[in-house]
Design a protein around this ligand. Structure first.
Ligand code: PMP
Length: 395
């Protein structure tokens, strides 16, 4: 039978990289490839207690369908924390709970994108946001970025010359994949432009609370006087991804539409997971939990940066993230990171080649390293293996 799949399936392909990376799941491979939080930091014992408490106190509600917007006590807690940490002024009514922030990205595609519409994003950007949007057939224009964030002059040139820009997608805090953070000035200039041209912005912020040093910078949402910014975040990195709880915070006009598209997607997010997180926050100190994560990840970042400084040959540069889970490496132009990955796998070390983070491809000499999911000893060993492989191809 010739199956007539939807046209969109033509744009969605299993990536070659994902196939290669399956090998990295072998136990002997030191993999810097994934984006996983450290499982030893998951509050397993505490959640055992919480899940019993939820079932005992609210068992019937916890196993029932719930509202599409999500569990109100959790939305209230999220609003309070966002206002405290990211200087926003949102209420529970500005929030929809989603099945991870990945769902927020997919729903955004559904809400905004018709075939041929333009999405502007950082260059490079988050791989699975590209996949989520791609299903709706847009064209991506990558906006050049530097260490401060999107380059505003470049952004303005694009906005001034392109007609059907429907969405700007950005990750201003500890970006995936580069680990870079936008400066305050860049955030202000960006928001001026967005207001002037009145374009919806998705501010994807899963990592903002995992800051290792200096003050949290105000979110774009906190500078948003015109209601253009749709903020999305998640408990995946600050708590655990397995509960699949993320959220969207936006003006009421957007929230109403997100609720409509979410109804068609899954009716509601697991109410049991939502109750567990809200109850955890009542019983335990969530801020102390995050402090613990930050201390461990900071140390791992330090060890990785120190090892890279010690072992990388001249011509190789890398970022020094102030938070989050990732660091970005740039090789001399003639070295393809995919070829390097093949060499590295022979020595049981892995990373993600950078090309897939560029929606239009064509940048082959970069790669992403993750430091949250490996002990300090293994990071030391892994970077030694990696630098040997790099030195071998640079001879
Ligand atoms: N956005 C970014 C930038 C991410 O890195 C991730 C996870 N890797 C997500 C969204 C999705 O996370 P989740 O669905 O687990 O909330």
């Amino acid at each position: 039978m010739a199956v007539a799949f939807a046209k969109r399936m033509g744009t969605l392909r299993a990536s070659e990289i994902r196939e290669i990376l399956k090998i990295t799941q072998r136990e002997e491979v030191l993999s810097f490839a994934g984006g996983l939080p450290a499982p030893e930091l998951f509050p397993v014992e505490e959640l055992k207690e919480i899940s019993i408490r939820v079932l005992e106190k609210m068992g019937r509600e916890a196993l029932q369908y719930s509202t599409t917007e999500g569990y109100k006590p959790l939305r209230e807690k999220i609003a309070e924390r966002m206002n405290r940490k990211f200087k926003t002024s949102v209420t529970a009514d500005n929030i929809v709970i989603t099945c991870g922030s990945q769902q927020a990205l997919d729903l955004s595609g559904k809400l905004f994108l018709d075939e041929g519409d333009i999405v502007l994003c950082e260059s490079p950007t988050y791989l699975a946001a590209i996949s989520a949007f791609k299903a709706y057939g847009p064209r991506f224009i990558e906006v050049p970025t530097d260490d401060q964030g999107m380059i505003i002059e470049e952004l303005e040139k694009i906005i001034a010359t392109q007609k059907s820009i429907k969405l700007i997608y950005v990750i201003p805090d500890f970006q995936n994949p580069t680990g870079k953070t936008w400066s305050l000035e860049r955030r202000r200039d960006f928001m001026k432009l967005v207001k002037q041209y009145d374009i919806p912005v998705i501010e994807d912020n899963p990592y903002g609370e995992l800051r290792f040093e200096n003050e949290i910078l105000p979110s774009l949402k906190s500078m948003d006087k015109s209601g253009n910014v749709i903020f999305t975040s998640t408990f995946s990195k600050t708590f655990c991804p397995g509960l699949r709880i993320g959220w969207i915070a936006a003006d009421a006009e957007f929230i109403e539409k997100y609720v409509l598209v979410k109804q068609g997607a899954d009716l509601c997010t697991s109410i049991r997971s939502q109750m567990e997180i809200a109850t955890y926050m009542d019983v335990f100190d969530f801020e102390t939990h995050i402090e613990k994560l930050v201390a461990v990840y900071r140390k791992r970042r330090d060890v990785m940066v120190e090892m890279l400084n010690k072992t990388m040959p001249q011509g190789v540069s890398f970022t020094h993230p102030q938070g989050g889970l990732f660091l970005w490496v740039e090789l001399p132009r003639h070295i393809k990171s995919v070829d390097l990955l093949h060499d590295c796998l022979k020595n049981n070390v892995a990373f993600v080649p950078g090309d897939s983070f560029f929606p239009n491809g064509g940048v082959e000499n970069t790669f992403r390293l993750n430091y949250s999911n490996m002990s300090e000893e293994k990071i030391i060993e892994g970077i030694q293996r990696l630098s040997l492989a790099i030195k071998n191809v640079m001879i």
